[in-house]
Design a protein around this ligand. Structure first.
Ligand code: DSN
Length: 429
């Protein structure tokens, strides 16, 4: 079996090398449509696997609890400098191990336990850390949740958009200390300015969780929340195309509190290898070619959405303005659940995730929705024409799901398409 060029140094471990080869094969011969995934550059992966993995560096540059950190300090400073320049922010913390850690650190930094936070409900598009009952955040803080406007099939006035009247009413009634903007399953552009106005009206702080769209912001395809929000959190591995991890941007006056909440508040030793890889990604995201990439992500999502709607899928919110399309499967086939669609598409070599849709009558484990995204396959070089083909392949597999030969025929066509779009083609020996 063909192996990944990144496994060359893993010797004497046939079991692991075999698993890595299988995953390499999966990633390059099937379609990666999970909206929160991407293909990181070889430079990002090399930095993740660099000697920095060996170093303990609790603390911050110039204020470490361990010796030997002169070079590590420069690495972390480089990442912080690149990140503040990329988004025009005062202060950056690049240590969060994930977006969830970043969000919890912000709550810890800015609030007392039990304080009120106004955030988007999970089943309306929010994140677990926006106060889902399943998350520890809902036990430590008092969450009030806003949602989206009702479904409206008039294409001129699509519903399922953030309901700013609802956000304002709830803010006036509950007087939150913090308002959270941002979502994980929302296909529309999020304008930070109405959130700022509402936060100012009730004297709340504003956090913008830009995990999904950080790359689109860096590339200039989406509005930058930094001038509006007191704190911006994000992950580095989605549209931003870096290593797995999180980061926080903050105004100067909040910097000390944020840093203390990340370390020692939440985490121990930072992953300096991941921080070096973040520095690589922040440099890549500042290049002119990255702006072209993010424009293409959005153009591809629009073409994908149009083609999927042509096959009878209902687009939640009536379309897309980012990298994501959220599908309501019920118009396509009333019996098809998100869970079954995800499983059928897995068999067909198309990787997606089931997702709740607003007011979903099915449980979060079953769902009536499917979430797809264009960031990864755009990195692999796909354009609007290929995404139209991908929509055709999805519809074929789902319509023919009772016949295994049909699903396998789609899988063969997927593999054929992927052969021309290997994201690491230039690095295969
Ligand atoms: N798991 C991420 C996503 O897929 O959107 C959110 O944390």
């Amino acid at each position: 079996m063909e192996s990944s060029p990144f496994d060359a140094w893993i010797t004497n471990d046939d079991e692991l090398v075999s698993l890595l080869s299988q995953e390499w094969q999966r990633q390059t011969s099937t379609l990666q449509l999970i909206a929160s995934e991407n293909f990181a550059s070889p430079a990002v992966m090399a930095a993740t696997g660099s000697v920095l993995t060996n170093k303990y560096a609790e603390g911050y540059p110039g204020r470490r609890y361990y010796g030997g950190n002169q070079i590590v300090d420069e690495v972390e400073d480089l990442a912080r400098r690149r990140l503040t320049a990329l988004f025009g922010a005062d202060h950056a913390n690049v240590q969060p191990h994930s977006g969830a850690n970043a969000n919890v650190a912000v709550y810890q930094a800015l609030l007392e336990t039990g304080d009120t936070i106004l955030a988007m409900r999970l089943d309306q598009g929010g994140h677990l850390t926006h106060g889902s009952p399943a998350s520890m955040t809902s036990k430590a803080w008092h969450f009030v949740s806003y949602g989206v406007t009702p479904r409206n099939d008039d294409p001129e006035h699509p519903g399922e958009q953030i309901d700013f009247d609802n956000v304002r009413d709830l803010a006036l009634t509950h007087r939150p200390k913090l308002i959270v903007a941002g979502a994980t399953a929302y296909a529309r552009r999020i304008d930070p300015s109405p959130f700022r106005e509402i936060a100012d009206e009730v004297g709340a702080l504003l956090m913008f969780d830009s995990a999904h769209v950080a790359g689109l912001i860096a590339g200039g395809s989406h509005p930058n929340p930094v001038p509006y929000a007191d704190v911006v959190t994000f992950t580095t591995h989605k549209t931003l195309r870096g290593p797995r991890g999180g980061a926080i941007l903050a105004r100067t006056e909040l910097a000390k509190k944020i840093d203390s909440a990340v370390f020692p508040g939440q985490q121990g030793g930072p992953l300096e290898n991941a921080i070096a890889a973040k520095a690589v990604a922040f440099r890549e995201a500042a290049l002119a070619s990255f702006a072209v990439y993010t424009e293409q992500i959005v153009a591809n999502a629009k073409a994908f959405a149009t083609a999927l709607a042509g096959h009878g899928f209902r687009l939640v919110s009536g379309g897309t303005e980012n990298h994501m399309v959220l599908l309501d499967l019920r118009d396509f086939d009333g019996d098809l659940t998100g869970k079954e669609a995800q499983e059928v598409l897995d068999r067909a070599g198309i990787t997606t995730n089931r997702n709740t849709i607003p007011d979903d009558p099915r449980s979060p484990f079953i769902t009536s929705g499917l979430r797809v995204g264009t960031a990864a396959q755009t990195t692999a070089g796909m354009r609007e024409g290929e995404f139209t083909q991908v929509a055709d392949l999805m519809a074929r597999a789902l319509r023919g799901r009772a016949v295994d030969a049909e699903v396998q025929a789609v899988r063969a066509d997927v593999a054929e398409l992927c052969r021309s779009f290997n994201p690491y083609a230039n690095f295969v020996k």
